[in-house]
Design a protein around this ligand. Structure first.
Ligand code: ADP
Ligand code: ZN
Ligand code: ZN
Length: 729
């Protein structure tokens, strides 16, 4: 008798399987990865079969049987990977498994299935009935007539002759037609962006990069299996990915291409689709549940062999995986900000090494850890032979505050763009109109009632909005303290910049791109398309404007508060700032007219900004790695962050301190624990944070998991939320 070990899909940390079930003879098809509905006490739960065993510690008669198995399950290889993620990121098996299951297999909610359609074809008896004197209803006759031309679906027949399922059933009972059910593909819509299907003649550097990847695919002796493709924007990295994917396909192997946020790269997706045709599948959250499910099934069945998608696509059920590409590997969206806090780049490395696949991480601005760990393939110049645009640093410390958020030099450059009928991109990393609202008479300041942060003025919607919680209130006309109506809206966000630009640069159109304007489905691509089609214009927005597009008419990029990210107390602040400035610089001067870049900053001497201005990643990374070595930050240590939150601050303090003490005793040698440190309140919850710097990653993660799990079972701590983030970003 076979025993099924089933891990229940539940969010409760305390309920931990696997639990044993008996496999009934009628369910022979159930194997590792199958999703089953099982009786569990008085409830029914969905669970995943994680092992098929021969014996159980429990007597066979005490074992229950699954009630049913769902249509699709995960391949065993991915079950292993999901369980690994659960362990590695201090989460639960259930949360790890959830990542690898067919889309729509939830602990709650409805389960998605395949969609089928009924197709009918006429039988010889049907032909005979039409010509003989057999009695036929009007609809029946119409159906038979229609089917003489060939097989049709129920829907097609309904449209053509107004028949219904009932008609078909009767005809089938009379053995005049035959029917079969056929699986329908719910195919993702296409952006409508055209892309060439032709492969260009590769440049020698591209050729060399492809050769190294192919050597790795072929398992040549000494060929490294993980590679960093370092090339400025426009150096032809995507062409290298495409050639590598084609090489993998030629060898009968599949590939995964991870991209930052799929909605952010419609042009890239169109290129892959055009080149790979039917072998291509795409998985991302903007698809409908049915589309996602069908794309997943196409990969699982081997019908498609290449998956393009954002971080979650690292779990795509690609068969015979030969290659994983991580495009823009520096992008923070590869890290999931929620339980399980996995990093798709780490998961990709694990999956590639388990499957003997090749990993290629590509970017213009590599992370220090990648720079240190992976051998490099360099694409040092742009395909079009153009030089990178010159970058001008504008020191805002010298600027007259009355002249507003744009420096006179920036205005001058923008007016030059208008004069030339060209295009510009202006980036400011804050949405809304103004980040501060204060009363000029009494100094009253509008803050969020739930969080210790300012409310942001959104002029478009006439509201004050908290960017940390859902709090919204109407923008006030007068001060509630002193009734004064002179309110000051200080600082600038995308809305204010949009207004300033529209006013001063008219009639040049201004397009705003941020998460407010791009909130609706498809809006992001539409805004980019309108900017692309306009003969001349300015695109203003948050970091979104620096990604996933290629407009040759852009001759100016300006970044308004380049050092805003540097002011975050985060050891990655320098790295982020460097990437942001360098990426934006890469958006300018892609066409005939060349281009320039303006960086407004209060910190013109910061290493990240200076090096980005010179397009010097190697120089920046050398310094950054040295700094991290001294401070013992990754890649010279591993970090684990434990976050606590609760409504009552005293209890929070007690609990966080107790856990810190317990951890200090449990952590392996070489670990350093900092905190608990207070963090600003969010959503009415006080917060504390512990940070651990560790040399022994595995030992540290295991110790944290033990302590956290024990605490999760402790009822006295129920009101305290604890989250563990391994490798926090
Ligand atoms: P990256 O991904 O590094 O930004 P892309 O691969 O998108 O660079 O290349 C930039 C542009 O150059 C694209 O329009 C691409 O089609 C084109 N391109 C890339 N390689 C070649 C080549 N070898 N010959 C001609 N055009 C190329
Ligand atoms: Zn006031
Ligand atoms: Zn808030």
């Amino acid at each position: 008798m076979a025993i099924l070990r089933v891990e229940p899909l539940t969010t409760a940390r305390a309920l931990r399987g696997p639990f044993d079930y008996r496999r009934p003879a009628a369910m022979k098809g159930i194997e590792v990865g199958s999703v089953v509905r099982v009786p569990f006490g008085s409830r029914r739960l969905l669970g995943v079969v994680v092992e098929v065993a021969q014996t159980s510690e429990l007597a066979p008669e005490r074992l229950a049987e699954p009630i049913e198995a769902l249509e699709a399950g995960a391949p065993p290889e991915l079950v292993e990977l999901g369980l690994w993620v659960g362990r590695e990121y201090c989460s639960t098996p259930s949360r790890g498994l959830q990542l690898v299951l067919p889309p729509g297999t939830g602990a709650g909610g409805r389960t998605v299935r395949s969609k089928t359609e009924l197709r009918a074809q006429i039988l010889p008896a049907g032909e005979a009935a039409l010509s003989g004197d057999e009695r036929l209803g009007i609809k029946q006759r119409a159906v038979l007539e229609a089917l003489r031309a060939g097989e049709m679906s129920n829907a097609e027949l309904t449209a053509a002759v107004g028949s219904d399922r009932q008609t078909l059933r009767r005809l089938e009972q009379r053995e005049l037609i035959g029917t079969r059910s056929s699986r329908l593909r719910r195919a993702p819509g296409q952006s409508g962006l055209a892309a060439p299907a032709q492969r260009p003649q590769l440049l020698p550097e591209q050729e060399a990069a492809v050769d190294s990847i192919v050597a790795a695919l072929d398992g040549d002796a000494g060929a490294p299996r993980g590679l960093l493709l370092h090339g400025v924007t426009g150096s032809g990295k995507t062409e290298v990915y495409l050639a590598a994917v084609e090489a993998a396909l030629e060898r009968g192997r599949g590939a995964i291409v991870l991209v930052p946020e799929i909605g952010l790269a419609p042009q890239a997706v169109a290129r892959f689709r055009a080149r790979l045709g039917d072998r291509f599948a795409v998985l991302h959250s903007a698809l409908s549940a049915g589309e996602r499910y069908d794309e997943w099934r196409r990969l699982r069945s081997g019908e498609a062999s290449v998956c393009v998608g954002p971080r979650s696509a690292v779990f795509a059920p690609v068969r015979d995986l030969g290659l994983i590409v991580i495009d823009e590997e520096h992008d923070p969206s590869y890290k999931q900000e929620g339980d399980p806090w996995y990093d798709a780049r780490t998961v990709a490395r694990k999956r590639a090494s388990d499957r003997g696949a090749v990993l290629v991480a590509g970017t213009a601005t590599p992370r220090p850890e990648t720079w240190l760990e992976l051998p490099r393939l360099e694409l040092p110049r742009r395909v079009d032979g153009r030089r990178l645009p010159p970058v001008e640093l504008v020191d805002m410390r010298q600027a007259d505050p009355r002249s507003g958020p744009l420096h006179p030099d920036t205005w001058e450059a923008l007016e030059g763009v208008r004069h030339a009928g060209a295009k510009a991109i202006v980036m400011i990393n804050r949405r809304g109109f103004a980040p501060w609202l204060t009363c000029r008479s009494c100094g009253h300041h509008w803050g969020c009632p739930n969080c210790d942060v300012s409310l942001i003025v959104h002029r478009h919607s006439g509201r004050l909005v908290c960017h940390h919680c859902a709090h919204v209130e109407p923008a006030p006309r007068a001060c509630p303290e002193c009734a004064s109506t002179t309110l000051s809206r200080a600082g600038a966000g995308t809305e204010r910049i949009e207004a300033l630009l529209s006013e001063r640069l008219a009639p040049m159109p201004v397009f705003r791109l941020d998460s407010d304007t791009a909130a609706r489905r498809g809006a992001h691509a539409r805004i980019l398309a309108r900017f692309g089609e306009a003969p001349s214009g300015v695109l203003v927005g948050t970091q979104m404007v620096a990604k996933g597009h290629d407009f040759p008419e852009v001759t100016l990029s300006a970044i308004l508060d380049a050092d805003a990210t540097l002011r975050f107390p985060d050891f990655r602040a320098e790295e982020r700032t460097f990437a942001m400035v360098a990426q934006l610089a890469g958006r300018s001067g892609r066409g005939e007219a060349g281009g320039e870049v303006i960086v407004q900053t209060l910190a013109p001497t910061a290493s990240s900004i200076e090096h980005a201005a010179r397009h010097d990643s190697a120089g920046f990374l050398a310094g950054e790695l040295e700094r991290r070595r001294i401070l013992r930050y990754p890649p010279f240590s591993h970090l684990v962050r434990i976050g606590f939150s609760a409504e009552r601050e005293a209890r929070l303090e007690t609990a966080a301190t107790a856990i810190a003490t317990e951890l200090r005793g449990a952590l392996p040698e070489g670990s350093e624990l900092l905190g608990p440190a207070p963090m600003f309140r969010v959503r009415n919850r006080h917060r504390r944070r512990i940070l651990i710097k560790a040399s022994d990653r595995e030992g540290t993660v295991a110790a944290v998991r033990d302590v956290v799990e024990r605490r999760a079972a402790d009822r006295s701590l129920r009101e305290i939320a604890i989250g563990v983030d391994v490798d926090p970003q």
